[in-house]
Design a protein around this ligand. Structure first.
Ligand code: HEM
Length: 285
């Protein structure tokens, strides 16, 4: 195999599974949410009918929201395991070097700087995207829960909060979907196909371009997932298992409760069967 085609480790199986859960749940949420926002348009109406009607669409939306939130809880727990038990560094946190990388990247693109900045495991663009997903998911979950439980929400907050939550939920959905299509899909599919979320590896050439510092570290014998060999690993593992089972079950129970707490229009309002409208004036006495 040529040096150029050599595959460099990039993601572990756990991260690949999390990505699939996020990809599927987000896509279904967008496909079932956006036609609700644009239900008065021809395309929106056609999509809702094609998916089996508004009740079905809303039920699918809720189930995929549950999967997205369960996936986020799993991400939180596995992240905490790597940080607390394995003592891995949180390389996704932004720092000063990212700001310098942005500056050097712009200078390189406008021809003032000759060299492309050498970036680490996660470059500034990937960090920005990751934190946008974190913030966006939190925002969608909070506003989504308000829409699911309007009576409980307005018992502690003013009534205007429900239309505000609906507007925030719908516009954030449009922003997130547009960002995924224009930015994420462009970067991983169009600019250059990036196979790393499927194979766990990235070709050397792409690593050189996007993560040169990480490549130098791995070439120098570094572990792709560096961690500190701190003592008491087993003790930390035991403590973590107890804490994560407790916190995980609590968060999951809270999520299920939020989804089932209030009865909504799907279960309380019977479907209206349409009858032909006959104006009184035309009725024969
Ligand atoms: C994270 C958890 C989420 C929850 C709990 C949630 C829940 C809801 C609820 C309750 C509604 C009102 C319709 C209904 O009763 O079914 C709704 C509407 C909607 N959702 Fe979500 N959702 C979530 C995530 C998302 C995501 C990630 C997207 C898009 C990428 C999305 C897009 C939409 C859109 C566009 C609407 C229609 C808003 C409108 O009518 O203006 N939702 N969602």
């Amino acid at each position: 195999m040529s040096q150029k085609q050599q595959q460099i480790p990039r993601f572990r199986v756990g991260a690949q599974i999390e990505h699939i859960i996020l990809l599927v749940s987000f896509t279904v949420l967008a496909i079932t949410g956006l036609p609700q926002k644009y239900a008065a348009t021809n395309v929106g109406e056609w999509m809702i009918n094609a998916m089996g009607g508004i009740e079905t669409v809303r039920i699918i939306h809720r189930w995929s929201a549950f999967i997205l939130i369960a996936g986020s809880i799993y991400h939180l727990i596995t992240g905490a395991y790597r940080f607390y038990v394995k003592r891995e560094r949180m390389r996704i946190l932004p720092d000063k070097k990212d700001a310098f990388d942005v500056r050097d990247f712009v200078l390189h693109n406008i021809g003032i700087r000759k060299e492309h900045p050498k970036m680490r495991k996660f470059n500034f663009g990937e960090k920005f995207e990751y934190w946008a997903v974190v913030w966006g998911t939190a925002m969608m979950a909070i506003t989504g829960f308000m829409l699911l439980n309007p009576v409980a929400t307005t018992s502690i907050l003013p009534g205007e909060i429900i239309p505000a939550a609906l507007a925030a939920h719908g516009w954030e959905a449009l922003l997130a979907t547009t960002a995924i299509i224009l930015w994420h899909l462009y970067n991983v599919l169009v600019k250059q196909f990036n196979p790393s979320m499927w194979t766990g590896k990235l070709p050397r050439e792409q690593m050189e371009e996007e993560h040169a510092l990480e490549l130098e570290r791995i070439d120098g014998g570094g572990d792709p997932w560096p961690h500190v060999d701190a003592p008491n690993l087993i003790r930390r593992q035991r403590k973590f298992i107890v804490a994560s089972v407790l916190v995980g079950s609590l968060l999951l129970a809270l999520t299920i409760w939020m989804f089932t707490f209030e009865e909504t229009a799907i279960t309380t309002v019977p479907r209206v069967t349409q009858e032909a409208f006959v104006p009184l004036a035309t009725q024969v006495p």
